[in-house]
Design a protein around this ligand. Structure first.
Ligand code: ADP
Ligand code: ZN
Ligand code: ZN
Length: 755
């Protein structure tokens, strides 16, 4: 057989081993241990192919040592082979990332002893000479014998089932050889209660019914559906009904949602519809034992609906897969930023193709890649333009921050992040007893620490990165203005300097961050108290999934009136009493040196705007911006996805950028700038020689973020009209041993971030 070791060696076809007789039944996808190299170090790996053993020379190949837990179904082996090729990643690493560590290490596994009938149980039972008191128990046991679901069973449970007064009769059956002892392994985990939501059925709208009909009309064949439905149009209801059909056919379904949107509210809807036992939920807030338990529930076939973040696309469903849903398909969290650098949406499409089932991509703001595929007829498009009766898309007001500042009296010279319009709207919302969500996609207090004298021009940057340091207030350090400065790209942290290191003036702190908004709100609104009636959600306050869930729960109950935060507050939240959404500064991403900056801004503003107006009361969205004319902001304020897409697509076409081209990016990292550059240059000339005419090669050039954690970063970008020539160029380099993903080189196929 061929083995793909989990670590090290990049052998796309795997290594050859023999299967000893005791392991002759090992099948494709199983996880085994085998000796590797001269020292025969034991390595774990996956069986990717079973070979005809007669062609192997037993003297020259080593035997597999033993079976391990955590094997995978054959469809996933196929998928791993494709990923290893497409994303240029060692296949062992692809496998390693498919199975959670908790599963490989048997976390939470409990082994108990249980009883089951011996093979000759009936004869032995007949041979017994029961006393009159034992006779009814013999009959009871005989009656249960054929019921496979009754076995194996724990001795005490059997005693109860048979109606025996003591355990003695059960022991007697064991002594007589009627029953035998077996070891039963289960995964146990403590569970926090998720209350399944109410399972109330809605009557689907015409748009919903049309979308559903298209999807369930072809559950037997591969097809990609793009479900574009405005925020709150009822996409989830369509998924739920489609999954119901899939289950009725005895198959399984996988639903991917961005990590952040996997709230208790989301899980509750699936649990309510399909029952606690039938649904496995996989997210980062689980303990290891819980994750193992959920994974086992999928692998055993007990849970046929899997709801999870990115890696749930690898859920090992034993039943034939009937549907994959990728909700919020445009979300960047579907792209993994370390090896293997896969995009879960694209992997989902590949998996659906292998399994022969449809995949549904849902979004209010589809990625331009998916949108173009739909326009070109490669994806089946369904559109839902309206919210269910009684709910309307909120009105969006764009306010120009420069004008807002002019409205303030001159006498008032402190910095304010909320202009008069947003401030008044927030006051009114709170007075009416409603709730508000405020978005500012930057954490910390302020992102510029600099010298007030522009002739000096000192700005505090990270020693190890090409980035400014961000000030984070910390009350524990100094109740006044004390705090720390942090680099958001490495872990560097320092105390806030009081004076400019070059001219000794007192430093200034400029710019904005969620902490600063929080401070302003607490100062200006007597009824907003941090951590109580106002909650800040960003990766500084939310240490894990649990914090996030608790915060959302407080908001849902109404204890908290204002939710303030980074993109964490933009996605998937569905709270009927949110009547105001404020975007504090829509421009945080617009000027980033990434061709998707406008698309990102459009998505973020549209998504957060969609949190308002989820009841029969109208909602309003106020977007503060320094660039009110920017197309991304303008189109988002009119809820005009198609208009935005058209404009942005024509720009991309002119520039020859995705989705009109396929892209790959190679980033070389080194402590030494010249070394990194030389290596990138060598690579570039090799690529130029090997690649097809149609492949455009750009670089080498320093990345926009030219240094992170002391490593200089040099990029080469490859663009081609289709994936084929790009893949052949990269594969040729890989096979020649010139290109390898490791600590010094990152190969990113279909990159989503170019910083
Ligand atoms: P999306 O996934 O598009 O954001 P949801 O499926 O979460 O939308 O629906 C938004 C809200 O509207 C939910 O509270 C849902 O229960 C409700 N809803 C969806 N479809 C209908 C319908 N046909 N009739 C009434 N309410 C609906
Ligand atoms: Zn840094
Ligand atoms: Zn200075």
């Amino acid at each position: 057989m061929r083995l793909a070791p989990e670590r090290g060696v990049d052998h796309p076809d795997g290594l050859t081993y023999a299967l000893p007789d005791s392991l002759a039944s090992v099948r494709m996808g199983e996880r085994v241990e085998a000796p590797l190299g001269r020292g025969n170090a034991p390595v774990a790996g996956y069986v990717i192919e079973i070979l005809d053993s007669t062609t192997l020379d037993p003297a020259r190949i080593k035997p597999v040592k033993r079976r391990l837990s955590g094997g995978l179904p054959p469809a996933l082996v196929e998928l791993a082979k494709w990923m290893a090729r497409y994303y240029l990643c060692p296949i062992g690493m692809v496998f390693a990332s498919m199975t959670p560590a908790a599963v490989k290490h048997d976390i939470g596994v409990v082994t108990r002893s249980a009883l089951e009938p011996a093979p000759d149980a009936s004869e032995r039972l007949d041979a017994m000479k029961p006393t009159p008191s034992l006779a009814p128990l013999v009959e009871a046991l005989r009656a249960r014998m054929g019921d496979t679901s009754a076995w194996p069973v724990e001795p005490r449970a059997l005693q109860k089932a048979l109606g025996a007064a003591t355990i003695a009769p059960v022991n007697r059956f064991v002594r007589e050889g009627v029953l035998r002892e077996v070891r039963v392994t289960t995964v146990r985990a403590a569970w926090g209660e998720v209350t399944p939501g109410d399972a109330a059925r809605v009557t689907l709208s015409d748009e919903q019914r049309a979308a559903l009909a298209r999807i369930v009309g072809g559950l037997d064949t591969f097809a990609v559906h793009l479900l574009r439905g405005v925020t709150g149009s009822g996409k989830t209801e369509v998924y739920l009904d489609a999954i119901e059909r899939v289950l009725a056919q005895g198959r399984s379904a996988i639903v991917l949602v961005p990590e952040i949107s996997l709230t208790p509210q989301t899980s509750a809807r699936f649990l309510a519809r399909f029952g606690r036992e039938g649904v496995a939920v996989l997210h980062s807030g689980l303990t290891s034992a819980q994750r193992n338990q959920q994974w086992s529930a999928v692998a055993s076939g007990a849970a046929r609906v899997v709801v999870g973040a990115r890696s749930a696309v690898f859920a090992p469903t034993p039943h034939r897969l009937g549907l994959i849903v990728v909700d919020e398909e445009h979300d960047n969290s579907y792209k993994q930023d370390q090896l293997p650098r896969y995009h879960a949406r694209d992997v989902a499409i590949k998996r659906a193709q292998i399994e022969g089932c449809p995949v549904v991509l849902g979004s209010a703001t589809p990625s331009l890649e998916s949108w173009k595929n739909a326009l070109d007829g490669r994806f089946v498009l369904s559109t839902m333009r309206t919210r269910p009766a009684g709910m309307r898309l909120p009105r969006v007001v764009v306010v120009d921050l420069a004008e807002e500042r002019r409205k303030r009296p001159w006498s008032e010279n402190r910095v304010r992040l909320l202009g008069p319009t947003l401030e008044t709207a927030l006051r009114r919302t709170l007075d009416e007893g409603a709730q508000a969500i405020l978005l500012l996609n930057r954490r910390g207090y302020a992102n510029y620490i600099c010298c007030p004298d522009h002739r000096c021009g000192w700005i505090m940057t990270c020693d190890d990165c090409d980035a400014t340091m961000v000030f984070h207030k910390d009350k524990r350090l100094d109740p006044g203005r004390g705090g720390v400065v942090r680099c958001h790209h490495c872990l560097a942290e320092k105390l806030l300097p009081s004076h400019c290191p070059s001219c000794e003036r007192k430093v200034s702190v400029f710019g904005l961050g969620t902490q600063r908004v929080e401070e302003e709100l607490a100062r200006d609104f007597a009824d907003l108290r941090s951590g109580d009636t106002m909650l800040r959600l960003d990766s500084d306050t939310m240490r894990g999934g649990r914090d996030y869930f608790l915060a959302l729960e407080r908001f849902r109950k109404g204890d908290a009136r204002v939710l303030l935060g980074t993109q964490m507050v933009a996605k998937g939240l569905d709270f009927p009493s949110v009547r105001l959404v404020g975007v504090v500064h829509a421009d945080t991403a617009i000027n980033l040196p990434d061709f998707r900056a406008a698309e990102r801004t459009f998505q973020l503003v549209s998504q957060v705007a969609g949190r308002a107006g989820r009841s029969d009361k109208p909602g309003v969205v106020i977007v503060q911006t320094l660039a009110p004319k920017t197309p991304a902001v303008r189109f988002a304020s009119r809820h005009d996805y198609e208009g935005f897409a058209q404009e942005e697509l024509s720009q991309r076409e002119r520039a020859g950028l995705p989705p009109f081209a396929r892209m790959a990016r190679i980033v070389i990292r080194d402590d030494d700038y010249a070394k990194a550059f030389d290596r990138a240059s060598d690579l570039e000339s090799a690529l130029r020689q090997g690649a097809d005419q149609t492949v455009l090669i750009r670089g080498p050039m320093p990345c926009p973020l030219s240094r992170i954690a002391g490593k200089h970063r040099i990029a080469i970008e490859l663009l081609a009209p289709s994936a084929g020539p790009l893949q052949s160029a990269l594969t040729a380099m890989r096979n020649a041993g010139l290109l390898r993903s490791d600590a010094t080189a990152a190969i990113d196929v279909d990159p989503v971030a170019l910083l």
